[in-house]
Design a protein around this ligand. Structure first.
Ligand code: NAP
Length: 246
């Protein structure tokens, strides 16, 4: 395979760092997106291969514009940067401030970054966009129609409304971008990486016995990032490649 150029947002730790590592190990050039330069430098130093720091805060228009100006060519964009909450609060108790904060990063940030890098991606022969979603985004799971398919979503609870609905928006955006970019050889897909031991939900998430290795979830993103031209677009896939019900 040709040497490709990728950008992973929020790649200084967690699943994003593992995605960056795996793409670099596979021989590709990887821009390690990090909103904090020092945290990004540490991640770059920890990754073997052609990894480059790209300071990028997905909620900051100036930061996005500056980052886009530093990337002359790009084949793969992985929209990984995301935030959640540390408490599994019921939606009935969640504040609109929480919704705004999570949507700012998980939804508006994804749109802003994607649109800023689209002109560069359009010059690629095989452009790929991978949106890191969540099994908890599945409407089918929330409605109790996907029992046993998405372990972490664990059925029709009303918790984590801001986070889950932000990722449902990511799923819809995945389909809309795939539709808009159809016929231009783009593949735009969403990934449910599975429950992983990361900082996303604070110490409880890191310690959760239900959470697995972030590298395993990252491998699912790498698969979607390196899809062949006859691969799927506008889909929602689990880390192991199986389709997830919307
Ligand atoms: P994580 O370890 O907390 O990593 C999140 C990354 O996003 C960090 O690098 C963080 O940077 C970055 N980030 C947050 N806000 C940002 C901003 N405004 N601009 C740029 N970067 C920003 O969590 P993770 O579990 O690896 O999460 C990665 C993705 O996987 C997220 O989209 C998450 O929703 C999704 N996901 C995770 C799980 C799971 O079980 N862990 C399950 C399903 C989906 P800082 O270090 O600067 O905060």
């Amino acid at each position: 395979m040709d040497k490709l150029i990728a950008l992973v947002t929020g790649a200084n730790k967690g699943i994003g760092k593992e995605i960056a590592r795996q793409l670099a190990v596979a021989g590709h050039t990887v821009y390690v997106g990090s909103r904090d330069a020092d945290r990004g430098k540490e991640a770059v130093a920890d990754i073997d291969g052609d990894a480059r720091l790209l300071v990028l805060d997905v909620t900051d228009a100036e930061s996005i514009a500056a980052a886009a100006g530093q990337v002359p060519a790009l084949d793969i964009l992985v929209n990984n940067a995301g935030i959640s909450v540390t408490e599994r609060t019921e939606v009935t108790e969640e504040t609109t401030e929480t919704f705004r904060r999570l949507y700012e990063t998980n939804v508006f940030g994804l749109v802003a970054v994607t649109n800023a890098f689209l002109p560069t991606l359009r010059r690629s022969a095989h452009p790929r966009i991978v949106n890191i979603s969540s099994g908890t985004a599945s409407l089918a799971a929330s409605a109790g129609q996907a029992a046993g398919i998405i372990a972490f979503a664990s059925g029709p609870s009303g918790a984590l409304g801001a986070y889950r609905s932000s990722k449902t928006a990511v799923n819809e955006l995945t389909v809309l971008y795939a539709n808009s970019l159809a016929g231009q050889n783009f593949k735009v897909n969403a990934l449910a990486p599975g429950a992983r031991r990361t900082n996303l939900m604070g110490p409880a998430g890191l310690a959760s016995p239900r959470a697995g290795d972030p590298a395993e979830g990252a491998a699912g993103a790498v698969r979607l990032a390196l899809l062949p031209d006859d691969g799927p677009t506008g889909g929602f896939f689990s880390w192991d490649g199986t389709p997830v019900p919307w």
